[in-house]
Design a protein around this ligand. Structure first.
Ligand code: 45D
Length: 166
C-alpha cells in the first residue's frame, strides 16, 4: 500500500485555478459534458448535498439575463464580494457541487447561457482535461469538490465591507 501525505488531486486543483476565469468555466463545462450520465444526484442515501439549498441558489441564477448569469459565475471564481458569492460561500462542498451540476443542466436545457459552440480550450486547459479524464471516479469527485469549495466568498472569513455594506 502506498500513502501520500498530500492530496493527490492538489496538483490538478492548482492547474485548474491557474487557468483564466473563462477557461475555468469552459473546462468545467467540458468536464460536465464528458461525465454525462455518470452523475446521479438522486442516488439514495449517497448524498450529503442539500438539494433545496442548491436549487434556491440555482433559481437565483436562472432568473437573471444571460449576461448576468455569466457574470455571477465569473464572480464566484474571482471571489468577488457579492451577496450571491457569500450565499454560495456559506454552503457545504457537496451542495456547491450540486449547484454547479444544476447550472450545467440549465445550460443543457437552455435556461443558462451556453458556451459558444466555437469556443476552444487553451493548451493548458486541454492538457488538464486529459489528465482529469484518466482519474478514478472517486478522485474526480475529490478534485471537483476541491475546485468548487474555495469559490465564492466565505462570509465568516472576510471583514465587513463599508462600500457595499456586505
Ligand atoms: O461567451 O455526493 C465562456 C452530487 C466564455 C450528489 C462562456 C455529486 C465565452 C452528491 C466562459 C466560455 C450530484 C452533488 C461564454 C456527488 C462565453 C454527491 C460561458 C456529484 C458564454 C458526488 C461559460 C456531483 C459557462 C458532480 C457559462 C460530479 C460555463 C457534479 C459554465 C459535477 C460551466 C458538476 C458550468 C460539473 C460547468 C459541473 C456551469 C462538472 C459545470 C460543471
Amino acid at each position: 500500500m502506498t500513502y501520500t501525505t498530500s492530496n493527490p488531486s492538489s496538483e490538478q486543483v492548482k492547474g485548474f485555478q491557474n487557468l483564466d476565469v473563462d477557461q475555468q468555466l469552459a473546462l468545467f463545462w467540458f468536464i460536465y459534458t464528458e461525465m454525462g450520465e455518470s452523475i446521479t444526484p438522486a442516488a439514495p442515501g449517497a448524498s450529503t448535498a442539500s438539494p433545496t439549498i442548491a436549487e434556491a441558489l440555482f433559481n437565483q441564477v436562472k432568473e437573471r439575463s444571460h449576461e448576468e448569469q455569466l457574470q455571477l459565475q465569473r464572480d464566484l471564481i474571482t471571489h468577488k464580494n457579492t451577496q450571491f458569492a457569500r450565499e454560495y460561500g456559506a454552503i457545504s462542498a457537496t451542495t456547491k457541487l450540486l449547484f454547479w451540476y444544476l447550472l450545467a443542466q440549465g445550460m443543457d436545457h437552455g435556461t443558462v447561457i451556453p458556451v459558444p459552440s466555437d469556443y476552444t480550450l487553451s493548451d493548458a486547459a486541454e492538457a488538464l482535461f486529459n489528465q482529469i479524464k484518466r482519474l478514478e471516479f472517486s478522485e474526480q469527485m475529490t478534485l471537483f469538490r476541491d475546485i468548487v469549495s474555495p469559490m465564492g466568498v466565505d462570509p465568516n472569513a472576510v471583514e465587513h465591507d463599508s462600500e457595499t455594506g456586505l
